[in-house]
Design a protein around this ligand. Structure first.
Ligand SMILES: [Fe+2]
Length: 286
């Protein structure tokens, strides 16, 4: 049976959050939820997450998991908020510990450095999780970050930032631990899935020539027309293109707030003795 998939698009960060459920049992998972953050005033809100939580309640779904495709650098995660509201378990690729180590050091985040996990399930290549009568299969698809995973549920695969829509291409591979050659190989693992597999991407940036956001495509469409990795483009050619393009890209606006929250599964650093929560801006550090 095919899962039921609902999408929530955040125009502030161009992120797509998915709510997936098994129609037979109503067991559900949320993928890549957004915690709203207004950077000028460092103001957090849960408006985006509330829309997802309302959909869960209205459909009487039993939320088992919050699935993170990776530690995002362009938006804050609402995983911890959704866990608090529902009791769902937060799942992320096991290589997140590398990302936590790198950014725990950068931010001198003692709680992270001391090895607190913050996540509930660290999942490895080839492992799976039950979702009612459906199964969530995991592919480790590093490249954009070392911990990126793709979640495959029946004929649908949630690829995070490993692939974007065919007319936009692929994600950058220049974050710490990112690697364009690994990204190419990960993409090809996804493109080796059956051609009719539905692919759900993590962002859409409305490329020139298109006037509506889109986030669902197929393996066949990506192979025929992805501007960066359609059939016939070899690893060397891809790596050269990706590295040249990445050299021109500025850091994402929310990279510093995002990473220090997302290595804590969307939780905040501990409050100060006066009860205030601070995020750090390490100077000249990235
Ligand atoms: Fe990302």
């Amino acid at each position: 049976m095919a899962p039921v998939i609902q999408s929530f698009f955040d125009t502030a960060t161009n992120t797509v959050t998915y709510l997936v459920h098994d129609p037979a049992t109503r067991k559900a998972a949320v993928i890549d939820p957004v915690l709203d953050f207004e950077p000028k005033a460092a103001r957090l809100s849960t408006v985006s997450a509330q829309a997802v939580l309302a959909a869960i309640r209205e459909q009487n779904l039993d939320l088992l998991y919050v699935l993170e495709t990776h530690a995002h650098a362009d938006h804050l995660s609402a995983a911890d908020h959704i866990r608090c509201e529902t009791g769902a378990k937060i799942v992320i690729g096991a290589s997140i510990v590398q990302v936590q180590k790198a950014f725990g050091d950068l931010f001198e985040a003692d709680d992270v450095a001391e090895g607190e996990s913050f996540f509930d399930i660290l999942i490895e290549e080839g492992e799976s999780l039950p979702l009612g009568e459906l199964t969530i299969d995991v592919l480790h698809t590093p490249g954009h970050t070392p911990a990126c995973v793709t979640y495959r549920i029946a004929d649908a695969a949630f690829v995070g930032d490993t692939l974007f829509m065919p007319d936009y291409g692929t994600a950058r591979a220049d974050f710490p631990g990112g690697d364009a050659a690994s990204l190419y190989r990960s993409i090809h693992r996804i493109l080796d899935l059956p051609p009719e597999t539905r692919l759900f991407v993590g962002h859409d940036y409305l490329p020139e020539g298109r006037n509506a956001y889109a986030w669902e495509t197929t393996v066949a469409e990506e192979r025929a027309g992805n501007r960066h990795v359609h059939d016939g483009i070899g690893e060397e050619e891809f790596v050269a293109m990706r590295q040249a393009r990445d050299a021109t890209l500025a850091a994402p606006t929310l990279i510093l707030p995002s990473l220090q929250v997302n290595i804590r599964a969307g939780g905040l650093p501990e409050a100060s003795r006066k009860g205030r929560v601070f995020l750090k801006l390490p100077v000249n550090a990235i």
